[in-house]
Design a binder for this molecule. Structure first.
Ligand code: GDP
Length: 295
């Protein structure tokens, strides 16, 4: 994961590790390389710039030039700042409702349906919950079938209404069904489009308003870099969602989305998707991620 970024950061620190005596110029050069590595990973320019400014201030504050191992201290400062940028502490999922209602949002192809299944499976097997999956994509019958296939794989019931063209009604009926049948989590999978459009936003905003979910999650493909961040902003402006799900982190992604998204929308990444299988879901821990990036 993020191999290219790890390699470049490692190279940046070589500048410091190779010197007997460290100068301000060496530190500045290292930070320049760190910034370049972030930009190459598709981190937004302003975020990368602020990042290195903050690390520089801390390096001055900690008198990096006079420490015995300035290279190691710089790695630590960068690691801490990366953790902070990605959200600090891990944020759990709010399971307070009865039933807990979770609304999934995101573009078509982002991995929403797959993740809905993964989350249901996670809650069932790890949190001892009885989830219900709800198919609210009224445009693509294939999407409804896909959710039924996923539900079948993990042994979770899927609620759908053939012929009903009103996603608000389907979601509301599903919650009634959940209450009547002892389901304590309802995961509502909604229709996505290939790009942000008004109709999709209105539809999901209406569903959101009608069912008042405890958790509104925004699913985004990590491979899409800066686009992921822009899409997150558009969805957050309408839905004020609670958390982000970054999918496809098993692919050849550069890391920009994972690093930038929190600071742009000020919402935590809650889970990551790391494969197509139902088990390929992980809670997102910012510190573990920066540990991985910096080795
Ligand atoms: P939706 O249109 O948002 O519901 O997206 P889907 O759930 O149908 O996912 C789109 C494609 O991405 C499918 O082929 C999934 O198997 C794949 N996919 C979803 N999540 C992941 C992931 O974490 N890793 C990988 N490699 N593929 C994923």
């Amino acid at each position: 994961m993020f191999d290219n970024l790890s390699e470049k950061l490692d190279k940046a620190f070589h500048i410091l590790k190779g010197h007997g005596k460290i100068t301000e110029v060496n530190v500045a050069d290292t930070l320049k390389e760190v910034r370049r590595a972030l930009l190459d990973a598709d981190v937004n320019f302003k975020i990368a710039k602020d990042f290195t400014t903050k690390v520089k201030e801390k390096a001055i504050g900690e008198n990096v030039l006079t420490t015995l191992q300035p290279g190691q201290l710089m790695v630590k400062l960068v690691k801490d700042e990366l953790t902070e940028l990605m959200g600090g502490d891990a944020t759990g999922i709010n399971l307070s409702g009865n039933p807990t209602v979770i609304l999934m949002s995101g573009l078509q192809g982002s991995g929403k349906t797959t993740f809905s299944g993964k989350l249901a499976n996670y809650l069932k097997t790890k949190k001892n919950k009885k989830p219900l999956l709800v198919a609210c994509d009224i445009y693509r019958p294939a999407a409804i079938n896909q959710l039924h296939v996923v539900g079948g794989q993990i042994g979770v019931e899927v609620y759908s209404e053939e012929g009903n063209r009103n996603p608000v009604e389907i979601a509301q009926n599903a919650i009634k069904h959940a209450k009547a049948n002892g389901f304590n989590v309802v995961i509502v999978d909604t229709a996505g489009r290939l790009a942000v459009d008004e109709e999709m936003m209105n539809e999901i905003a209406n569903v959101h308003k009608a069912i008042q979910p405890q958790e509104t999650l925004f699913v985004v493909d990590a491979m899409t870099g800066q686009d992921a961040v822009n899409t997150a902003k558009a969805f957050n402006d309408r839905l004020n969602f609670d958390g982000v799900i970054l999918t496809k982190l098993d692919g050849d992604t550069r890391g920009g989305a994972a690093i930038s998204i929190k600071s742009v929308v000020d919402k935590p990444i809650k889970f990551i998707g790391t494969g197509e299988k139902m088990e390929a879901i992980d809670v997102f821990y910012p510190n573990r991620m920066s540990e991985r990036i910096l080795g």
